[in-house]
Design a protein. Structure first.
Length: 412
């Protein structure tokens, strides 16, 4: 029970963000939790090292380098101003953000869009005097919801596509999840209007073209982004053709970052300025969550409840709830064998994808992309969404999202 108590304390610290006069960031609270389970002997140092998923850490490192170059060169602001110049009102801007980042996250992966999108929305908030909280909420929900409908939208979907015995993952995901995902993006816009009614100003937005500050760095950043796109298409091809290649997302991120690391004279500054605190957060989270899972608490609780774990409703509910405690990728890795052994259908596999992904809208810790966005906002612009601010919008949105996915999955 000690890991469960420590996890509860970490959740509390993330919610209140303060001990006395000391203010804590999310990564510091998670690091305290990891240190606590190590010191208390709930996990050995060797097991803690094994628990850290280097693929995730290296993927984020590579994408952080690319994102940092895009931002420092001014290319990111330049691109966003061109893309969003047709948005003449706050309503249109939010719709552009939701559907633009939502659709892009289905192909570039939600964590990638979280890295790239955070400085864009912070820049837009400052430039147009809009609420940073509104735009951060829109970005977080967009990349989570949009990634549902693709087998490469996030790591857990990729896991399901590879191991879930789906004959044609891309067609299958689109068949079951495209329509409800688009509907959920529209519902997100309506819900944001309810919670941020005063921020939707009627006046027009004045867009000013943004100049590129460092053309040489921008060229290398463009090459890196082009590599990301090409390698993702290659990854899609290997999945569709059933090729047994160990073509990990980590390789995509690291290979794409190589032009910047090898050829940019600002390589050391780029590496120094990336969001190291987010990398610390993930390493600490892997350690704490492994300790929690090793306690057997959740396994014994589920067994005692005698739940029908293969029903559509139960898959959605269990995925959303447990993802808040052990993260969605470990949840899918543990849930998949249960469904496969029970002879689960294709529909139940995409149900698992929908539930484990949409879990990210409930609470901050439900998705890695949420943490990336909030950590980046805090470190780069001293902006944030607190645990309660996120939950206030996230809980009703998740309920709506679940209802939509359940309805579409049941009738198909």
């Amino acid at each position: 029970m000690v890991p469960i108590i420590i996890l509860a304390i970490v959740f509390l610290l993330i919610a209140v963000r303060q001990i006395g006069s000391v203010k804590l960031q999310i990564w510091q609270a998670m690091l305290l939790g990891a240190v606590a389970v190590l010191i208390s002997g709930q996990i050995t140092p060797a097991a803690a090292l094994r628990a850290i998923n280097l693929d995730v850490i290296l993927f984020l490192f590579g994408m952080f380098v690319i994102g940092q170059a895009l931002e420092e060169s001014g290319y990111l602001a330049h691109l966003s101003s061109r893309f969003l110049q047709k948005a003449k009102t706050t309503d249109q801007l939010i719709l552009y953000l939701l559907f633009g980042f939502g659709l892009a996250s289905a192909f570039l992966m939600n964590d990638t869009l979280a890295i790239i999108g955070t400085p864009i929305v912070l820049h837009l908030a400052k430039k147009h005097h809009l609420s940073a909280k509104l735009l951060l909420h829109a970005l977080a929900f967009a990349v989570t919801i949009g990634s549902v409908m693709s087998p490469i939208g996030n790591p857990q979907n990729l896991l399901i596509a590879i191991h879930g015995r789906l004959p044609d993952p891309f067609s299958t995901f689109l068949k079951y999840l495209l329509a409800p995902t688009l509907l959920n993006l529209a519902l997100t816009y309506l819900l944001l209007k309810v919670f941020y009614r005063a921020e939707f100003k009627p006046g027009p937005l004045a867009h000013v073209p943004e100049a590129i500050h460092d053309p040489a760095l921008a060229r290398l950043a463009r090459i890196s982004m082009l590599l990301v796109g090409i390698l993702i298409l290659a990854k899609m091809a290997t999945v569709m053709l059933g090729m047994k290649l160990d073509f990990r997302l980590t390789y995509i991120a690291l290979i794409s970052a190589l032009p910047l690391i090898l050829f940019s004279p600002r390589r050391l500054a780029l590496i120094k300025n990336i969001d190291w605190s987010t990398l610390v957060f993930f390493a600490a989270m892997f350690v704490l969550m492994q300790s929690v899972w090793g306690s057997g608490f959740f396994q014994s609780t589920l067994a005692a409840l005698h739940l029908r774990l293969t029903s559509i409703v139960m898959i959605l509910v269990v995925s959303v709830v447990l993802s808040q405690f052990i993260s969605n990728v470990p949840l899918v890795a543990l849930y998949l064998p249960v469904l496969l052994s029970a002879g689960a259908s294709t529909r139940e596999m995409v149900d698992l994808a929908a539930g484990s992904t949409i879990a990210g809208n409930l609470l901050i810790l439900g998705a890695a992309s949420n943490v990336i966005i909030i950590q980046n906002a805090e470190s780069k612009a001293r902006q944030t969404l607190t645990f309660l601010e996120f939950a206030k919008v996230g809980i009703p949105l998740t309920i709506l999202n679940l209802a939509v996915y359940w309805l579409f999955l049941v009738i198909q």
